[in-house]
Ligand binder design. Sequence first.
Ligand code: PLP
Length: 398
Amino acid sequence: MDFTFSDRMAGMNGTATREIFKLLSRPEIISFAGGLPATEALPIQAIRDISAELLGRADAYKLLQYGTTEGYPQLAEEIGKLVREFGVTVQDRSNVLVISGGQQGIDLMCKSLLNKGDTVLVEDPTYLAALQIFNSYEARVVGMRSAADGIDLQDMEEKIKLHKPKLMYLVPTFSNPTGKTYTAENRKGIARMTAQYGVPVLEDDPYARLRFSGEKVDALYSFAQDDNVVYMASFSKILSPGLRVGGIVGNASLIRKMAIGKQGTDLHTSSLAQMITAEYCRRGLLQPSVQASLPLYRTRKEAMMQAISRYMPQEFVHTDPEGGLFIWGEFAGCDIDTAALLPQAVQRNVAYIQGQVFYADGRGRNTIRLNYSNASCEQIEIGIKALGQFFKEVLHNR
Ligand SMILES: Cc1ncc(COP(=O)(O)O)c(C=O)c1O
């Protein structure tokens, strides 16, 4: 049958990239395309022990039973404790919603706030899968100019005045895709301006705990001058993406709307996953396991930085993140199309993500995102060497 798809899905094609990603499962391919936490950082034994103990208790049925949409109270409490570390204070239980990962939080925020044609302001470039959600709500996505210290505030103000956005979406700490972190000053400016113009902001913060160098910066939420900022945390990058657990903190009436939206999506986040996550936190295991993973991330990032300086063409200018999972680079002044070149790179057994997909308006043809968390230092050396040789040939033969 030829299905007639909804207007909201019309602009959403799987893209050629998905076809290429099928090839990435070939063992000889070194992929810097993903965004997975290190396999070594997944605490298998602890989760095994906790699961066995919880399932051995007299009230084990609770793990396998329906729960409330708002989430398991002990988990909401643990989320409240965790976010406090970044200056995010939870007034009341009605300010927290447990979500099935940050991806769901973005979706619920859109479901609650956006009508067709509404404008969402994002940093250019921003998280690809958020752009896909905005498109599925038929929103108009407008990119704001990125600056070294965060967002260009002048550009932000002009775009707020011009587009009257219904939502602003930001990843201010170790951004996906750039790895960049906004300064406290820039966050203050964003907080002031969005409060002044009454713009709701979703602060998506899955990476803040993965800091392996530099000084901690408090969440944008902590600088908020109104309750227009909503803060979102996820356990995906610090515990396990497979558990699908996160939390969102903000204005109670907005949280309530999102909970109603969540009922229609999945009723509630997996009881089993919530209780395992809450118990992992309650036992004080999260902080030490994240700490223990940081040297691995630092080492891999440094291995990639060194390989880049050794092998990539000198036109390649790139970020040097203090945490998170990604390095972002641009072939400065080069008219190349990294999307069109990707299949050839994959033929040489190395993969990246073309940067263009992270832009609201399809710019960034000469940019790429590289992930360093899920490859060994040896693979990073071999993969970046192959990539460097490839791009040197491309630039030479133009
Ligand atoms: C910025 C950002 N937000 C949200 C997500 C989704 O994560 P999850 O739904 O696993 O919490 C990711 C995953 O890569 C991300 O990078």
